[in-house]
Design a protein around this ligand. Structure first.
Ligand SMILES: Cc1ncc(COP(=O)(O)O)c(C=O)c1O
Length: 462
């Protein structure tokens, strides 16, 4: 096993998630992998390329349902991460039924140059549920590709090639997606990335380089960065961001309204990446409904119903004028199975009132977390919107030093108590459960977090 203690991972290695090369990870494996699990784990390690974050893996799974994932030994974990695909819950029976039914029709893969009813139904449905003015769709297999299509569309529509996006953001692993992403992990050692991809600070009211406490000051400083680039580096095609950052940081509505106005003034488009936040997560069907309507809305993850890979963009009809080129000529562009899964997912979100549940359960979770914050010196900040919540763990509330070791210990201990979550930036516990979660289940999760933080505050190690 790799011993990285000579060269400890930096904050930038941990930006996207908890990493798989630490001593605590080794201990987790030693304690939790049965002989059976270990044999799959070792074969995985032998035959997959190793990479930060994903291989070697945490554990071996045998199934998932609703808000839970299950390991090979039958232990169940409430999954607060789900890679963002599980808005309707894992393996929702209605989504499985819809995909099976579609399989039986014989209309499954749809070669390019043809269309099919399910793909058209999906594009029509998205035109109906996305904010006014967004009507035309384009689909592809994954989120990274959808971001690339959005960047291509913005370049072609504006005739500009530069982009402004945010430090610390993740938009996928493809070349343009990683270029607009703000994480070193996807760019280090890659040489020049996409020309003209520039980055600015996200309006983080808790951690910002200026040490400002007031949201107005932070907004002003961040808007100033965008305005400066637009003024001095003309030719920006798009500002690209998640409406709420992954950590999460929830900007003011006025911040995004002003960004949109700047885009309008300087001939750039506003692209929102709602690959995580779309489909109810923030307590609205789309997160942009809290802020402002973008020119291009990028969707993914849950769009595939948690079963199939599917993503895409929805944009304004007046941008439908690029017949002479290809923006995203993907093999699975109009895959009927993926479209059937997406339509079933959207039906579940409506019929089970998942948007409302995300708002209600999220508000309850925020209240409870703010209560426990008072007794935990380790909790520096709680932020969130709907079921998109982050707990920022600090060593010292004054300096806000990130509690990297403590966060990792809390994560592995919580996992052993049946609660799985991901750390972002090394010290932020992120809670993004299936939107089907009940208030009682959310309370159970918060109890585990509360107790585990107490143990670590009392000096427990892992
Ligand atoms: C905000 C965001 N954008 C883009 C992506 C990339 O999506 P995919 O992994 O489907 O390529 C992700 C994936 O985690 C994401 O979280």
């Amino acid at each position: 096993m790799t011993d990285k203690t000579q060269n400890p991972p930096s904050r930038f290695d941990r930006e996207q998630g908890d990493i798989n090369t630490t001593r605590n990870r080794e201990r987790y494996w030693q304690r939790n992998l049965s002989a059976r699990a270990r044999s799959v784990f070792e074969r995985d390690r032998k035959y997959f390329l190793h990479q930060n974050l994903s291989t070697p893996v945490m554990n071996v799974l045998s199934g998932a349902s609703g808000i839970y994932i299950r390991d090979l030994d039958g232990r169940q974990y409430m999954d607060m991460h789900g890679n963002g695909v599980h808005n309707a819950g894992f393996n929702h029976p209605e989504i499985i039924r819809a995909v099976k039914e579609q399989l039986d029709t014989g209309m499954t893969f749809c070669p390019r140059r043809y269309t099919n009813e399910k793909a058209v139904d999906l594009a029509e449905t998205l035109a109906g549920i996305t904010p006014d003015g967004l009507e035309k769709s384009l689909f592809c297999p994954g989120g990274s590709e959808a971001v690339e299509m959005a960047v291509t569309l913005a370049k072609q529509i504006t005739g500009h090639f530069k982009t402004i996006s945010f430090w610390d953001s993740f938009h996928g692993a493809g070349f343009a997606a990683a270029s607009v992403g703000g994480e070193a992990l996807f760019k280090r050692g890659m040489g020049p990335m996409m020309p003209g991809a520039m980055h600015v600070e996200f309006p983080n009211y808790y951690r910002n380089p200026w040490g400002f406490d007031s949201p107005e000051q932070v907004d002003e400083a961040c808007l100033h960065q965008i305005k400066t680039i637009l003024e001095r580096q003309p030719g920006v095609a798009a500002v690209i961001g998640e409406p709420v950052s992954a950590t999460p940081v929830v900007p003011s509505a006025s911040y995004w309204e002003q960004v949109k106005e700047l885009c309008r003034q300087y001939g750039a488009l506003l692209i929102f990446d709602e690959i995580i936040e779309g489909f109810g997560r923030t307590g609205k069907m789309f997160a942009c409904e809290h802020f402002t309507t973008p020119d291009i809305l990028v969707l993914g993850k849950s769009l595939g119903g948690g079963l199939l890979p599917f993503a895409g963009l929805v944009t304004r009809p007046e941008f439908d004028r690029l017949e002479h080129i290809s923006i995203g000529h993907y093999t699975h562009e109009k895959n009927s199975l993926c479209a059937a899964a997406a339509l079933a997912e959207i039906d579940c979100i409506h019929s089970e009132n998942l948007v409302e549940n995300a708002g209600r359960t999220g508000t309850h979770a925020m209240e409870r977390l703010n209560q426990i914050k008072d007794k935990h010196p380790l909790i520096g900040n709680i932020a969130g919107l709907g079921l998109h919540i982050g707990i920022d763990l600090v060593r010292d509330p004054e300096t806000k030093e990130r509690a990297l070791q403590e966060a990792e210990i809390i994560m592995y201990k919580a996992m052993e108590k049946g609660l799985a979550f991901k750390l972002i930036e090394g010290n932020i516990i992120t809670l993004r459960p299936a939107l089907t979660i009940s208030i009682e289940e959310m309370d159970q999760a918060i109890d585990i977090i509360d107790n585990t933080i107490s143990e670590v505050e009392r000096g427990a190690g892992y």
